[in-house]
Design a protein around this ligand. Structure first.
Ligand code: 13P
Ligand code: ZN
Length: 277
């Protein structure tokens, strides 16, 4: 089957374009990666390029040895993915040590995988382990309202989770584990990748202060939907804060506990702290 016609490439391209339409991908902002299933790898193997040279990943991911990923290229614009996927995307293969990759398809005009490859692959490695292989998508976007909130809220998991849950009843249902937050760091390296992947042990959402968000999920719909829900909640919070410092009413901690019962969720008590003490 032609690589461009496969379901996973089409789903990837659609998701990237959906993100661009949301305004989350100015210039080359953001990146996306997908871990192929063994069946998908076999279905495209005859159409892969002859192997090129191994290049260092910049991280150590032995848990992903030998796996194939579809990834966005560094410096490539999300707005161009839908019209020219072969120039903007690559399929890469990892070696048996999990320290090197080589390009097997795409980037036809040259280039290399996203500069956030260490963060993507370290997140994939953690999620593959903690979800028993279910999660396959890692998505990084420059979501405007979440970024705005990182200038005005304390950079704590508890505060961000509680404030976002409070803004829309669906939120605790969509991300019951909460969100992780890391303070400003230099992007594109192993250090920020390690900090992010540590938080991915317990969350599917990690916020990078003054930069954007990472989400993880089992397919394109779930991962995009998660990013969309968190960002929409942040947008509501920005609007409320722009209108008034004091809400007249809200979803209370006890409301959240009732929601947990009704929807059979476990909402950690550390997010349900008493705000008015
Ligand atoms: P890349 O173009 O290298 O993917 O970088 C974009 C980005 O958002 C870095 O955090
Ligand atoms: Zn970024």
């Amino acid at each position: 089957m032609k690589i461009l016609d496969t379901r996973f490439v089409r789903g990837f391209v659609k998701m990237a374009d959906d993100g661009f339409q949301q305004g989350w991908h100015e210039r080359n902002g953001g990146n996306l990666s997908y871990r192929l299933t063994p069946v998908e790898v076999e279905s495209i193997r005859p159409r892969l390029n002859a192997p090129g040279d191994w290049e260092p990943i910049g991280a150590h991911v032995p848990g992903l040895a030998g796996e194939f990923f579809l990834v966005t290229g560094s410096g490539k614009y999300f707005r161009n993915i839908v019209s020219d996927p072969e120039a903007c995307l690559a399929i890469i293969e990892l070696d048996e040590t999990g320290e090197n990759y080589r390009i097997r398809w795409g980037l036809v005009e040259g280039g290399r995988p996203t500069s956030e490859l260490p963060a993507h692959l370290m997140n994939h490695e953690v999620k593959k382990r903690v979800t028993g292989g279910m999660h396959r998508v890692i998505y990084h976007a420059h979501t405007t309202n979440i970024i705005a909130l990182t200038f005005v809220l304390p950079l704590s998991d508890e505060v961000f989770t509680r404030e976002l849950w409070e803004m829309a009843t669906e939120c605790p249902v969509v991300f019951p584990d909460g969100v992780g937050v890391i303070g400003w760091m230099v992007p594109g390296g192993e250090e920020i990748a390690i900090a992010t992947s540590k938080l991915m042990e317990k969350y599917d959402v990690v916020i990078w202060a003054h930069h954007g968000m990472f989400c993880s999920g089992e397919n394109f719909d779930h991962t995009f939907g998660l990013m969309h829900t968190v960002e929409k909640s942040a947008e509501i919070l920005c609007k409320v804060m722009a209108m008034t410092p004091n809400k007249l009413q809200t979803i209370t901690a006890d409301n959240l506990r009732d929601l947990a019962k009704g929807f059979h969720l476990e909402l950690p008590e550390r997010f349900l702290y008493d705000k008015f003490k």
